[in-house]
Design a protein around this ligand. Structure first.
Ligand code: MIG
Length: 762
């Protein structure tokens, strides 16, 4: 236990507070972010997650009983006898504080921080976890695991995001416990509602405290600290068709051709592990995929991109290039005596690249020429927990300078980093698409993620919706789940329903395990095919809105799929398990997931006014409504004031479209605005100012709609903007159709795109 302080002083840019057994260090990163690291040894101070440096100076006051640091936004009061940390608002309300009795406590190498639990305290975050939106009463472990066949209560899963947000007494705070060892979080589950606690098997009690007074600002601060996503390639936001596996080039092409023939929009097709020769990474099976380039060229003609899988396990086989080079240069994880570590996975006996070393990452990255030369642009990283049969890699296996238990939770992130850095170089100015299963905080800088091997039943679909929003809190905006469920077979109803939810999932990918029935949109009968097609079409119409929302993630860290706890933090009803799966998709759209066996659903409309998408039926908020939920019409609502730019139907993001940007606006008394963003969707030119950005405003009091002057030098692919007004009294609005597009409202206002400010009166 931390006992009395024996000395206080400043060293470089941090405060040092010593007791006779440990040392606490305190840094200020910004007025709303303070870091505390308490340790008996302070061995290393590297972080895989953090990309910012602390501010150079801050001042502290030392009083007889305590030390204070006041950043203007947070008051940290450090109690000296014994050493305890208390975080307060500038007007002295307690945000979060150590349990006065136990504070930070060690048992051997294990370190835990016990904190006061407030009676009304809720907890959100921790990323990819099962359980409820409000994690109060929950207990969790972070230990990246190949969780095949997991259920809606399994823990741990594939990823580690040791970041949560606490909510009590109308206050908000966040804690990021940046410790990569196996870690534990307990939100009052095991302490008789007395304390919350978090800790790890080893390492420092090293955490960042966020004191901003809104969930959105805390997410902004957390993603400032750990980095934000780049703009994704536009093609990766279209519909993605995957399967374990399409077994040959002929099958891949036949699937793509069918999408074209049936006029179902799509952008991406995948090759899972069977495209390789004996599961050897960076090879192709010469019989089933004799000419990858020819196949990919044909796919490109059909406007399809190919994503191929890579696993970390390198098959032990002399003569196989990756094996030979890895052995020769000592690139693999090893036992302490220097022998390469061997475990069994798909290729049989394997070695595992040590992604913790720069030279190894470079070597791995360069090997992607085997995929990029024939034309692959997307790289799927699987099995990187790392997974091997038997799961537990011996503790003595070394990765870089670390033994396995210290860095297991980061292995997947370092693989994704190596893949991202390597393929970014190989693709020149083009954006690679990287997808990873295992991850740690900060992975948003390199990769999209999916939630691993879910199953084809309703509870898993709902869990997926909730996980996506929890991952959004922890900085991961670009997230998908296997639409339809990976294991087992969905009923046609579940497939249709899940696909309709996929429209409003940041990454829209249909995937299924070996041995399950085929999942493509046409496998479910003509009637269901029509619904699936209609829903995928909606995704394509929404792409200008979705792409602008990704820009928001890129700029501020605000995720695409947002738990209602971000905007309606203090409304207790949104935490009710009945409504906890509802989410906002971007600023304007609210989605209520519905099980495939129900055709009506209780939906909670939070404060404000809401319109049902498709009918424009208007509702006042703060009430539960019974919403119709037939399989062809998922309950989707637009927040009054919502501004949603859409485009005409295209069959692929590679199609140019008709040049019309359809901007839908739903009436509200309150003024609103939306940042519209566009660029070439493919390259890094946007980093040089080659983008197109303008803000759409409307203001009911002023009876004006205006488009700000365009910022950036990109020329929009839309020559015309058409405004569609919904629910405006002075203009007739009879948009009664479900598939809104430019020709179906009576009031479109046609504007010719001018880069200067455009104003419209209504
Ligand atoms: O041991 O590559 O989660 O998406 O299809 C299974 C085969 C390995 C697990 C992934 C899944 C993928 C499958 N992989």
């Amino acid at each position: 236990m931390l006992n009395d302080v024996i000395s206080v002083g400043k060293r470089k840019n941090y405060l040092v507070v010593k007791t006779n057994e440990a040392e606490a260090r305190v840094w200020v990163y910004s007025p709303t972010i303070i870091r505390v690291s308490i340790s008996k040894k302070h061995n290393t101070d590297d972080s895989f997650a953090v990309v910012q440096d602390p501010s150079a100076d801050f001042s502290y006051d030392e009083l007889p009983s305590h030390i204070t640091i006041n950043t203007g936004a947070i008051k940290l009061s450090i109690n000296k006898y014994p050493l305890r940390f208390n975080f307060l608002t500038p007007d002295d309300q307690v945000l979060s504080e150590d349990d006065t009795r136990f504070g930070v406590n060690w048992q051997g190498t294990r370190v835990v921080n016990y904190r006061k639990l407030f009676p009304d305290e809720r907890f959100i975050g921790l990323g990819e976890k099962t359980g409820n939106l409000d994690r109060r009463g929950g207990s969790y472990v972070n230990w990246n695991t190949d969780a095949f066949n997991h259920t809606p209560t399994t823990d741990p899963l594939y990823k580690t995001f040791p970041f949560f947000i606490g909510l009590h007494d109308g206050l908000t705070y966040g804690i990021f416990f940046d410790n990569t060892h196996k870690s534990y979080f307990d939100f009052g589950a095991t302490t008789d509602e007395q304390m919350s606690w978090f800790g790890a098997d080893d390492g420092d009690m090293n955490y960042y405290f966020f004191g901003a007074q809104s969930v959105a600002k805390i997410i902004e601060d957390y993603t400032w600290l750990t980095g934000r996503m780049e703009m994704p390639p536009l093609w990766s936001l279209g519909y993605q068709q995957c399967r374990w596996s399409y077994e040959s080039a002929d099958e891949v092409l036949a699937i793509a051709e069918n999408f074209k023939k049936l006029k179902i929009p799509a952008d991406v097709i995948y090759c899972d592990i069977d495209y390789m020769d004996n599961y050897k990474i960076f090879t192709w099976n010469g019989e089933t995929f004799p000419d990858p380039k020819a196949m990919i060229d044909k796919l490109k003609e059909m406007n399809f991109r190919l994503v191929t899988i890579v696993d970390p396990g390198i098959r032990v086989e002399p003569g196989y290039r990756q094996y030979d080079e890895g052995v020769e240069n000592g690139y693999f994880a090893s036992y302490p005596n220097g022998e390469n570590y061997v475990a069994n996975v798909w290729p049989g006996r394997c070695h595992f690249p040590d992604f913790f070393r720069e030279g190894v990452r470079k070597w791995w990255g360069e090997a992607f020429t085997a995929l990029t030369e024939p034309g692959v642009e997307g790289f799927w990283n699987d099995m990187n927990e790392p997974a091997a049969w038997g799961h537990n890699i011996p503790w003595m296996v070394k990765f870089g300078e670390h033994y396995m238990p210290e860095v297991r939770n980061v292995y997947g992130m370092q693989m994704a980093r190596a893949t991202y850095e390597g393929t970014k170089k190989l693709l020149g100015n083009k954006r690679p698409f990287v997808l990873t299963r295992a991850a740690y905080s900060g992975t948003q800088r390199y990769s999209a993620i999916w939630t691993g091997d879910n199953s084809a039943y309703d509870a898993h679909m709902l869990l997926g919706a909730r996980m996506v929003t929890a991952l959004g809190i922890t900085g991961m905006s670009f997230v998908g789940v296997d639409i339809g469920g990976f294991s087992e077979n969905p009923t046609p109803e579940l497939m249709v329903r899940w696909n309709s939810l996929g429209v409003y999932t940041p990454m829209f990918r249909n995937h299924a395990a070996k041995g399950t029935i085929y999942r493509e949109p046409w496998r479910w009968g003509k009637k269901n095919e029509a619904i699936i097609r209609k829903d995928i079409e909606q995704r394509y119409r929404l792409l200008p809105y979705i792409y602008s929302s990704y820009y928001q993630s890129h700029q501020t860290g605000m995720p695409l799929s947002r738990t209602l706890a971000i905007n309606y933090t203090n409304d207790p009803i949104i935490y009710d398990v009945k409504y906890q799966n509802q989410f906002l998709f971007g600023d304007a759209i609210m989605v209520a997931p519905v099980e495939s066996t129900k055709f009506e659903e209780e939906v909670y409309l939070p404060d404000g006014e809401w319109y049902r998408l498709g009918t424009d039926e208007k509702f006042t908020g703060k009430q539960v409504i019974h919403a119709d939920a037939p399989l062809d019409d998922l309950p989707v609502f637009i927040k009054a004031g919502g501004i949603v730019p859409m485009q005409n139907l295209v069959q692929s993001t590679s199609e140019k479209g008709d040049g019309v940007l359809n901007v839908h606006i739903w009436y509200s008394e309150k003024a609103n605005s939306f940042i519209y963003y566009e660029d070439d969707g493919a390259t890094y030119d946007y980093e040089k100012g080659i983008y197109y950005k303008r803000t759409f405003h409307f203001d009911t009091e002023k009876r004006m709609i205006w488009l700000s002057e365009v910022e950036g030098s990109f020329v929009s692919k839309f020559e015309t903007t058409i405004l569609h007004l919904h629910g405006f009294k002075s203009v007739s609005s009879s948009a009664k159709r479900k598939d809104i597009n430019q020709s179906q409202t009576e009031n479109p206002i046609v504007l010719t795109n001018d880069r200067k400010k455009i104003t419209v009166r209504f």
